[in-house]
Design a protein around this ligand. Structure first.
Ligand code: LLP
Length: 428
């Protein structure tokens, strides 16, 4: 469910016309809907709150990597969301957005000493450790700082899942977490140290998971590991269940529902008396954002191949190039009825100088011409955050809509600003 709907012949973000936004701010531009973010958060929080006996006072920690704009984070923070972070930068963004340190989780396979020290002195809720060597490092840093941070051990359940090989994280060869047996040993070692306080286990097996079976397998493993640890006299009070639940990128795509996901999770954890944490990224943000773009030109070859050349490119939205991801493309303005509106197959491309800068091949779309506006839907997660200035294209700005108000939450830089960030070597 999202709040991008046609009204008076043009697509709107809530009560704001995308035609107006394109005129005022230019294109390409990311546009986010506050109501959609809030709705997704509430659906998840309400579903979790139905099972207090199984999930405790569950924490919903938004995966900041999906969309790290401070206004987006603040929208969720106001509802009580925590933050799942993977770097000092993300912790700083979450804090700037008003997420209390006690609701921030730090994960990641390669945290630097500085990042660990920063997280410990900030007093984040928990640091998820991913290897034996990391445990040793964190113990040394905590000892030096005279603190004993809460930690969780991230388990690699040997169950990979997700929408693409590059976003599977729980498989045997994936770099994340430690296998169950090793995790148990690590937990016991951590418990023996006065410098860290192991509170639980964590897992995250992949992203864009549309079927609950692999998640259920991973959660069952966490449950049995919790029982094993407790049988060994160790305390386990939290389970961090990661993110990963997929979203429908196409309108007719089938994905597991939030209700079924929560019911499955509660059934697996029933009676375990732990506090659950969830780390959804895509689920909250993907369908809360679109990338709005203008057609630069339509070119047709003699062999009939038709290219829709947009002013957005792979540097703005890299998911199709990187993961062969599907994003729906919709015209902003409805065509006047009466003409020939039958769909035409376009290769939808950006201006960047690589063939990979192709958003879609043979995509059936209503007839479009230069100057028309289109949106890529499902672009609120892993969109702007993965953008670059490749080809010296300016970063697309971001807009947040809330009802009939809107704000530029990251302006488009000027070319002068882009150049001013670099310094010329003094011998040149
Ligand atoms: N927790 C951890 C430890 C993660 O590594 C991730 C995502 C999440 C939570 C959130 O997962 P989500 O709920 O969003 O699926 N750039 C890729 C997705 C990479 C996901 C990486 N980890 C894409 O555009 O599809």
């Amino acid at each position: 469910m999202h709040h991008f709907t046609p009204r008076d012949g043009a697509l709107h973000a809530e009560d704001v016309s995308l035609l107006d936004l394109a005129e005022r701010v230019g294109t390409p531009v990311y546009v986010y809907s506050s109501a959609t973010l809030r709705r997704h958060y509430s659906l998840l929080a309400e579903a979790a709150a139905k099972y207090p006996a199984a999930l405790g006072d569950a924490l919903i920690a938004f995966a900041v990597k999906a969309n790290s704009n401070v206004s987006v984070l603040a929208t969720l923070a106001k509802l009580g969301a925590g933050a799942d972070t993977v770097s000092e930068g993300e912790i700083r963004r979450a804090l700037a957005a008003g997420v209390p340190a006690g609701r921030i989780i730090l994960s990641g396979v390669g945290k630097t000493d500085d990042e660990l020290a920063f997280a410990i002195t900030t007093g984040v809720r928990q640091i998820n450790i991913e290897s034996a060597v990391e445990l040793d490092r964190i113990v040394a840093i905590a000892q030096r700082l005279g603190r004993a941070p809460d930690i969780a051990v991230r388990v690699n359940p040997r169950i990979g899942a997700g929408g693409h090989a590059k976003i599977t994280t729980g498989g045997v060869g994936d770099k994340f977490g430690v296998p169950a047996e090793e995790a148990l040993d690590l937990y016991a070692r951590a418990a023996a140290s006065p410098h860290v306080n192991p509170v639980g286990l964590a897992c995250h097996i992949g992203s864009q998971i549309v079927d609950l079976t692999p998640l259920e397998g991973a959660f069952r493993l966490l449950r049995s590991m919790t029982e094993t640890l407790r049988a060994r006299g160790l305390s386990v009070t939290r389970l961090d269940l990661g993110g990963g639940l997929g979203v429908p990128y196409a309108e007719d795509a089938a994905t597991a529902s939030i209700e079924d996901y929560m019911a499955m999770t509660a059934a697996v954890l029933d009676g375990l008396e732990v506090e659950a944490a969830f780390e959804p990224g895509r689920l909250l943000a993907a369908n809360a954002g679109v990338l709005l773009s203008r057609v630069i030109q339509v070119s047709e070859r003699q062999d009939g191949r038709r290219f829709l050349v947009l002013d957005a490119a792979m540097n703005d939205l890299v998911r199709p190039a990187m993961y062969d991801a599907f994003h729906d493309i919709k015209p902003v303005r409805a065509r006047p009825s009466g003409g020939d509106n039958s769909p035409t197959a376009y290769d939808v491309v950006g201006p960047v100088c690589e063939t990979g800068d192709t958003f879609a091949r043979d995509r059936p779309l209503p007839p479009l011409e230069a100057g028309d506006l289109v949106v890529f839907t499902g672009a609120g997660a892993y969109g702007a955050v993965m953008a670059s200035e490749y080809n010296s294209r300016l970063l697309a700005p971001e807009i947040l809509v809330d009802g009939d108000r809107w704000a530029v939450i990251r302006p488009r830089p000027s070319y002068e600003e882009m150049l001013a960030r670099e310094t010329r070597a003094d011998w040149l």
